[in-house]
Design a protein around this ligand. Sequence first.
Ligand code: GLN
Length: 191
Amino acid sequence: MRIGVLALQGAFAEHIFVLKKLGIETVELRKKSNLDMSLDGLVLPGGESTTQGKLLRELGMYDTIKEWIQKGIPVFATCAGMILLAEDISNDERSYFRTLPVTVKRNAYGRQLGSFRCMEDFKGIGKIPMTFIRAPYIEDVGKDVEVMAEVDGNIVAVRYGKQLALSFHPELDDSRLIYEYFIEEIVNVNR
Ligand code: GLN
């Protein structure tokens, strides 16, 4: 199994660290030529969605990755990665891949004081730690989008087919349960 991690900006090294611990081969996707290979899954890390979106286009990576997602590659997106997938962003006129039928709000908890940690239920897993850093949340979901977690009545995790998107940062916590869920329930069922 080989998982590609978008490595343009943000918390990609942390995801690679966890995946390696789980014995999974990873590839950093930094430039267009890195996309000439077959991958079993894709990680879109947190960071700054505007910077990542700009670089994806400037480096000529946008079209290929969008096509992969449309064709059903398993995707694990966190925070800024969730924004890249969202069909709509309620407080920004930009949008990126638009493969996930949800409306997200960027920096939904406020710009500066928006970082916090909690323990909440994740569907099919149970209580897990969740670390939020200037996070988005989901305001509205389209048809067939499964809500996986909510915090204070706001949706913070969804699954839509093979796309799993989280507002928080599992790569910063010790729990590996969400990674295992992604690998077992989304990647492995595909192969
Ligand atoms: N605030 C960032 C954005 O809008 C997301 C924050 C994160 O990925 N931790 O892209």
